[in-house]
Ligand binder design. Structure first.
Ligand code: PRP
Length: 184
């Protein structure tokens, strides 16, 4: 979707936070870092649906090593703008993660509850290694202690949309990240 400076929807006003060029540059850097760290191995990149699908698709195409891909879906916020706190599995892994190098790909880490849930669940499947990459991490929002191995951008604790992130399920196909600046 064409990049506009401002998006107005319902009574909300969003402005560009990270433009397409910055996004692409950072995705390339993350891909290079991961490719270096996993040289000689074939990690499984596990995208967390729906939001991470766009980031994952761009990330793996910038990687210089082979990788596999898989997707999971865990309970979503629905149309709410804050996390409900309860996590359930909606679509489980397809690949066998036992003995594999697993990299979970998230679009955003907010409360950290999704990452905490996924870490426990994946560790119970006995992977050889487990790391997390997130395009965005909200500063000061984590309710649990967490370690994200590769971070694209640390952002303020504001509602964001675009590049996979939705407002009531739409706007995921915006080619930049926008943040909520005003509610009328
Ligand atoms: C978002 C995001 C993460 C999670 C992060 O997904 O993709 O999976 O929330 O929040 P947390 O750190 O507070 O757990 P969402 O549930 O909105 O689903 P979606 O990707 O389908 O929009």
């Amino acid at each position: 979707m064409k990049v506009e400076k401002v998006i107005e929807i319902d009574n909300l006003r969003f402005e560009i936070l990270i433009d397409t060029e910055r996004l692409q540059r950072r995705v390339r850097e993350l891909a290079e870092e991961i490719s270096r760290d996993y040289q000689g191995r074939i990690p499984i990149m596990v995208g967390v649906l729906n939001g991470a699908s766009i980031f994952l698709a761009d990330l793996i195409r910038e990687m210089s090593i082979d990788c596999e891909m898989d997707f999971i879906k865990i309970s979503s916020y629905g149309n709410a703008r804050v996390s409900s706190g309860e996590i359930t599995m909606i679509k489980d892994f397809s690949a066998d993660l036992h003995g594999r190098d697993v990299i979970v790909v998230e679009d955003i880490v907010d409360s950290g509850l999704s990452v905490q849930y996924l870490r426990r669940r994946i560790n119970s499947l006995k992977p050889s290694s487990l790391k997390f990459v997130s395009l965005l991490v909200k500063k000061g929002a984590a309710k649990v202690e967490l370690k994200i191995d590769y971070i694209g951008f640390e952002i303020e604790n504001r509602f964001v949309i675009g590049y996979g992130l939705d407002y009531k399920q739409i706007k995921r196909n915006l080619n930049a990240i926008y943040q909520l600046v005003e509610e009328k």
